[in-house]
Design a protein around this ligand. Structure first.
Ligand code: AMP
Ligand code: GLY
Length: 425
């Protein structure tokens, strides 16, 4: 098969790596890809947002299957364009992608389908939003409706912070039109976890649960990032919770979309808060998580390309999904300054040595080649994933590998998986 992967992050390198292990694969293309994907296939100079160009390329090259990493092309209608041209692609169409692109759409769907989520109100009027905040005596969370690169959420510690959040989003338009509407919701407490599920619109198969670490620094300090590391499986989600997530969250979400005329094919990602009352949805994403994917897929024993093929043929029920025993820890190595301003172009050393450690795989994200060197080209630069029998060993191996890699101003969290280790996983 000829396969195209859209995207350029660690998640896409990981998908490319896993797909490359399939005997079904003949040729792999990545658009635009990165320093990691270029060793597994051909990088094509087309951006994920260039819908027409991607469709033209697939047509010309007779691509058998396209897999999409990031949300933007999905929200822009990449799947709709491919389907219009009779091209095979995995991912939700534009309407289904609203589940991630509009928090109002997602919350309303959850409300209609009785999916557990924080109580909320929607506002498009600044004055009314402020009045509401002043009338409440509980901690609140303010969310911009649209896409804001993971930064459109303010977990307010007091009324002033909530009011300031409304001002930033609605008046100062910090996220542009993504802030035309906002959600104000109750603050939940508990541990967070992610479940990525595969679906062909009928069958739903949740993958191993994982836990991301969103804040920039140890002990969940500092600003929110795209994610600084993850581990899987996350035992904060026990068997009972896992079942509940499938029955009370994933199934009704797919059903609710179907009622709106959307057939969802691809990956549905539920970002969860595990509250005293059970799992609540913080957000839905319509794609694989990054860095969760880099912790989950190294544990997948089955043929991922065959699984994707089955999704595209509406036969996911026939797919074989087996996991290796053990755990995987994935640590993000970021550029100094990330998620704020950072410098690029720093030479990266030590990757080869790191990968000599058994069970270790380094996924490239914001990294590119320059001559024979590998240099930094983004905020999140590498994901160092390590699989081992126990979570403790996986963590030790991951950090042993991290210790061998270097670039100027490299920063990373030292506590990935610590919460679970403290709880005795
Ligand atoms: P979201 O993009 O909606 O997942 O929000 C980003 C982050 O904000 C989440 O990972 C949580 O850490 C936090 N968050 C979002 N909603 C809530 C909530 N209702 N209560 C507490 N924390 C929240
Ligand atoms: N790790 C968070 C995300 O992929 O949205």
């Amino acid at each position: 098969m000829k396969v195209l992967i859209v995207g350029s992050g660690g998640r896409e390198h990981c998908l490319a790596w896993k797909i490359s292990q399939s005997p079904l694969l003949k040729e792999l293309f990545s658009a635009p890809g990165n320093a990691g994907t270029q060793f597994l296939g051909k990088n094509i100079d087309i951006k994920p947002s260039e819908i027409e160009k991607l469709a033209d390329f697939s047509q010309k090259q007779n691509i058998d299957l396209t897999i999409v990493g990031p949300e933007l092309p999905l929200v822009l209608g990449l799947v709709d364009e491919f389907r219009k041209r009779g091209l095979n692609i995995i991912g939700p169409d534009k309407q289904c992608a609203q589940l991630e692109a509009s928090k109002v759409f997602a919350k309303e769907l959850m409300h209609q389908m009785n999916i557990p989520t924080a109580e909320f109100e929607v506002f498009s009027d600044v004055k009314k939003a402020k009045e509401y905040i002043n009338s409440q005596n509980k901690p609140l969370v303010i969310k911009a409706d649209g896409l804001a690169a993971g930064k459109g959420v303010i977990v307010a510690e007091n009324k002033n912070q909530a009011l300031e959040g409304v001002k930033e989003i609605m008046e100062n338009k910090k996220f542009g039109s993504a802030g035309d509407k906002i959600i104000i919701e109750e603050k939940l407490s508990g541990q967070e976890a992610s479940i990525l599920a595969l679906t062909d619109g009928e069958t739903i198969i949740p993958l191993l649960p994982s836990q991301d670490h969103k804040q920039a620094f140890d002990q969940d300090k500092g600003p929110n990032t795209g994610g600084m590391g993850a581990y899987a499986p996350a035992f904060v989600i026990n068997r009972q919770t896992f079942k509940e997530v499938k029955e009370k969250i994933l199934k009704p979400a797919i059903e609710g979309l179907k009622k709106k005329g959307c057939v969802y094919k691809g990956v549905l990602y539920a970002g969860l808060m595990l509250t005293e009352k059970g799992p609540y949805v913080l957000e839905f994403n319509v794609r694989f998580g990054d860095p969760e994917t880099q912790a989950v897929l190294p544990l997948l024993r089955s043929n991922l390309l065959d699984i994707f093929l089955k999704i595209s043929q509406n036969k996911l029920g026939q797919a074989e999904i087996n996991w290796r025993p053990g755990f995987c820890v994935s640590v993000v190595l970021a550029s100094g300054g990330y998620p704020g301003k950072y410098e690029k172009g720093k030479e990266i050393t030590g990757i080869e040595n790191a990968e000599k450690i058994q069970g270790v795989k380094v996924f490239y994200a914001g990294a590119k080649t320059e001559g024979r060197k590998i240099i930094t080209s983004g905020g999140r630069v590498l994901n160092v994933s390590a699989a081992a029998e126990t979570l403790k060993q996986a963590k030790e191996k991951a950090y042993q590998a991290v210790g061998l890699i270097n670039f100027e101003n490299m920063h990373f969290r030292r506590d990935i998986a610590d919460k679970a280790l403290k709880e005795g996983a």
